[in-house]
Design a protein around this ligand. Structure first.
Ligand SMILES: [Zn+2]
Length: 114
């Protein structure tokens, strides 16, 4: 399950940052995850909660901000967003020619520390 390695990667980053900046504990961390990023939020929350014990993030709450998959159609030139993990055609005109603009991100956007 690759959510486990993602959770460990996130912990590494936030614990390093916490130490580097002289804080003692992490209250919460907010992630932005695209729907098409191939990450299951429930699995990530679960593995994060298991992995955080014995770290300064032991009481940290993981907040996941899900980003819809979105793009720009090459034919009708309209923006679109879908609540799905993949898109094959523009939902407006059905064209298979489009540019994906969001939905694949995985980034730490915020962190609260003590
Ligand atoms: Zn279109």
């Amino acid at each position: 399950m690759h959510e486990a390695s993602i959770a460990l990667g996130i912990l590494d980053i936030i614990v390093d940052k916490c130490h580097a900046e002289g804080y003692r504990s992490i209250e919460s961390v907010t992630l932005k995850i695209g729907r098409a990023a191939g990450i299951m939020p429930e699995a990530l929350l679960f593995t994060f909660d298991v992995a955080k014990s014995d770290t300064p993030a032991r009481d940290a709450k993981l907040v996941i901000d899900l980003v819809p998959l979105g793009g720009l159609c090459g034919r009708c030139e309209r923006d679109f967003e879908v609540e799905d993990t993949h898109v094959l055609n523009c939902p407006w005109c059905g064209s298979p020619t489009f540019q994906i603009q969001k939905g694949y991100e995985m980034e730490i956007v915020d962190m609260e520390v003590h």
